[in-house]
Design a protein around this ligand. Structure first.
Ligand code: ZN
Length: 543
């Protein structure tokens, strides 16, 4: 009896604490991750379950088999953990099992499997043993992370910006002493009409956004493309106003966005140096849950006060807890509950944060001009509904979720553009994307570059791109403006200068180790990359 209770406790501990220990070991050196709330959550769950088990045992006078119940609960927990994978297996391989029936089918399979598990003694032993091994492995990985000090960094505030002449190859003939404010808005994964069509999405989903921008005198670059196929590289190319990787090399995450602007021991990027030397005051970064401004950033974090938040809203805004919960318990329940409680899910709403900020500051001729980088996660996952509520589940290849996310994005942009035109009509505004969609060959691992469909390259690189500049600057706009030249034009036109443009290029990057183009955010260690110049492929006809 005592022996069985001990086994139960160990199993329960292994099932609940292994994900926590793994989470800690992965994020051990991230200054921004706080482990206290995930730890509290796990301890609370552990305690509640133990109390439930022993009370059950007490009230049924021992007929309640603690070990069996623990195994059963652990099994259900694991099934919930992989529930999404089951659902998407059915969606992809048996699409005729739709709606409620697919959940019923999964429930029956889980019920049957748990019945078999509890009846076969060997399977029970295997189950317990398996989780103990997982626990030992997670402790081992935590120890390894602890021993490896190479990634701990000490940093000194970097104060002085070098004012050396990068500027001369960005613009010529400056005419304005006081620069205009620049709003550089990046909608993650917003494709162009051409890219959406190749990916199999009706390009008319862009009608509203294009209509809004044209009404506000934006120029829409219909044939624009991103410098790279990944956010991190494209953003870095914006900050360098050039192409940081053009040939195969080692990938060191600290050389690329967001790490390149999120550690104080790094040099300022050419964009930062240029803007500061032109007289800009604040270089503001409105980020999202994947990439955001922190205390260590060399960009300015906007202080957006969120007052009057409920307890749930505060918990929701806690990045560490939410990251932990969405990777360790059933996200379908998590987001259903959050929507049900009507928790304002503003974490990813960079545009919303920018709106609050712009509303809170006075615009006067005495204040120094500002540069706004607004990185809205939409229409990238996590997808939202048309009225901007987070969908319970979203996948990169889910077209419906993508389309409703574009609708929400349109509404957010509408409010932001209206506000800027009221308060700061004379400014430069860019609305663009960091890369296109990924409906063709999603979640694919590539043996090498040859496996990638030519159409996928077109889809992934084709981006929405639009810019609002003073009339005198309109002469520099053209249909192919890529991410490097859009920032060059924005900065030059903000000071009444002529931009010096470079050739628009496109590079497709693959990682050598797992050859995946997804989950880059999880890549924290150096890796080698293969870089292919795909510029000529993008000019080819998509058909
Ligand atoms: Zn992106």
């Amino acid at each position: 009896m005592v022996y069985k209770n001990t086994i139960s406790l160990v199993l329960l501990f292994a099932v609940l604490f292994s994900p926590l220990i793994t989470f800690i070991s992965v994020n051990l050196y991230s200054v921004d991750v706080d482990f206290v709330k995930p730890l509290m959550f796990t301890i609370t769950a552990f305690t509640v379950i133990i109390v439930f088990l022993f009370l059950g045992n007490y009230f049924t006078r021992g007929r309640f088999n603690i070990l069996n119940v623990t195994i059963y609960l652990s099994f259900i927990y694991i099934c919930l953990f992989y529930f999404e994978e089951f659902v998407w297996l059915i969606v992809n391989y048996a699409p005729y099992i739709a709606g409620f029936y697919k959940f019923l089918l999964i429930a029956l399979i889980i019920l049957f499997a748990s019945f078999v598990l509890l009846k076969v003694e060997f399977l029970k032993k295997f189950f317990v043993g398996f989780f103990i091994i997982i626990l030992v492995l997670s402790i081992f990985s935590l120890l390894l992370s602890g021993i490896d000090p190479s990634r701990s960094k000490d940093f000194d505030p970097l104060e002085n910006v070098s004012k050396e002449g990068i500027s001369s190859h960005i613009y010529s003939n400056r005419t304005l002493d006081t620069p205009k404010n620049i709003y550089y808005i990046v909608s993650d994964e917003l494709g162009s009409r051409k890219g959406l069509k190749v990916g199999g999405v009706n390009p008319n989903i862009l009608n509203k956004i294009e209509g809004l921008l044209e009404e506000n005198d934006f120029y829409i670059a219909k044939n624009a493309s991103s410098s790279y196929n990944f956010s991190h590289f494209t953003f870095q190319s914006i900050f360098e106003m050039d192409y940081p990787v053009v040939k195969n090399s080692e990938y060191n995450p600290f050389d690329f966005f967001p790490a390149s602007v999120n550690s104080l021991d790094r040099k300022n990027t050419p964009l930062q140096t240029t803007l500061k030397s032109l007289g800009y005051g604040k270089l503001l970064w409105f980020g999202n849950s994947a990439m955001d401004c922190t205390d260590r950033s060399t960009l300015d974090c906007p202080s957006v006060k969120s007052t009057g938040l409920s307890l749930f809203e505060k918990l929701y805004l806690d990045d560490s807890l939410m990251t932990y919960l969405s990777t360790s318990i059933y996200p379908r329940i998590l987001y259903k509950v959050l929507n049900w409680l009507d928790v304002k899910q503003q974490k990813n709403d960079a545009i919303g944060k920018a709106i609050s900020y712009i509303n809170s500051i006075p615009y006067s001729s005495e204040s120094k001009p500002s540069f706004f980088l607004i990185h809205q996660m939409l229409p990238h996952v996590p997808h939202v509904s048309e009225d901007c509520k987070r969908l319970a589940v979203s996948r990169q290849d889910d077209k419906k979720g993508y389309i409703s996310s574009v609708s929400c994005l349109g509404k957010r942009l509408d409010r932001l553009i209206e506000l800027i035109s009221q308060k700061d009509n004379d400014s430069i505004i860019v609305v663009t994307a960091d890369h296109g969609t990924s409906f063709l060959q999603p979640y694919m691992k590539y043996a090498n570059f040859k496996d990638i469909l030519p159409k996928k390259i077109i889809e992934r690189h084709s981006i929405f791109s639009s810019i609002k500049v003073p009339n005198s600057c309109r002469q520099y706009l053209y249909p192919n403006i890529g991410t490097v030249n859009s920032i060059r034009i924005a900065v030059s036109c903000a000071i009444g200068a002529s931009p010096k443009l470079i050739k628009d290029k496109n590079y497709f990057i693959l990682f050598e180790k797992d050859n995946t183009i997804h989950n880059l955010g999880k890549k924290e260690l150096p890796d080698s990359i293969s870089v292919t110049d795909v510029t000529n492929r993008l000019t080819e006809s998509p058909e």
